[in-house]
Design a protein around this ligand. Structure first.
Ligand SMILES: [Zn+2]
Length: 193
């Protein structure tokens, strides 16, 4: 037990350090502004295999496209199961969230995948790793903003916004830990809008 504790004490600060350093390098590769209008003009021709989310992947995103589509599905399913505990199938139909609002099936959601953190028109920041536009049911998501903290790291967070997390994050505590990104602590959550 003591060894485990010791390992945690050593490991987690290292993880934090690795991620913090990455903030600096990631700001070196911030992409130019992506507007909601520009994102909406994409061709959302790649449906995800499970939920049928409508995805557009920008040409300069590298890696296996099928892997990206699978991750979008899998992590959305993980989030839904974790958050509402009624199975991942709730993403396939209309779903009434606790506030009383109805969220439409994930097949209605458009997702624009871009390579890096980008300038954005968010309420309280101008650099985004991901952003959700409720009025157009659109998420813009960076594939690699925060390596080594995992790819698509803001994805669950943005899906959380679609399923009731307030734009000002006032109820974010109700969504933890289901929105936590993989492979990283929540120390960088400030960078996600
Ligand atoms: Zn947010």
């Amino acid at each position: 037990m003591r060894q485990i504790l010791l390992a945690c004490l050593i490991f987690f600060p290292l993880l934090f350090l690795a991620c913090s350093e990455d903030i600096l390098s990631s700001f070196g590769t911030v992409d130019t502004l992506i507007t909601e209008k520009e994102a909406l003009s994409q061709n959302f021709s790649r449906p995800t295999p499970v939920y049928g989310m409508r995805v557009a992947i920008r040409d300069d995103v590298d890696g296996d496209i099928n892997n990206i589509l699978d991750l979008l599905d899998k992590r959305a399913a993980d989030f839904l199961e974790c958050q509402f505990m009624m199975g991942a199938g709730i993403g396939s139909g209309d779903f009434k969230i606790p506030s009383g609002n109805t969220v439409f099936p994930l097949s209605m959601l458009r997702v624009f995948v871009v390579p890096f953190t980008f300038e954005c028109e968010a309420l309280d920041r101008d650099v985004c790793t991901g952003i959700f536009y409720p009025s157009s049911d659109l998420i813009i998501i960076a594939k690699e903003s925060m390596n080594p903290c995992g790819i698509l790291r803001a994805w669950k967070h943005e899906v959380g916004h679609r399923y009731g997390m307030a734009a000002d994050h006032s109820n974010q505590n109700e969504f933890e830990p289901c929105i936590d990104p993989p492979d990283c602590g929540d120390d960088l959550i400030d960078l996600i809008d």
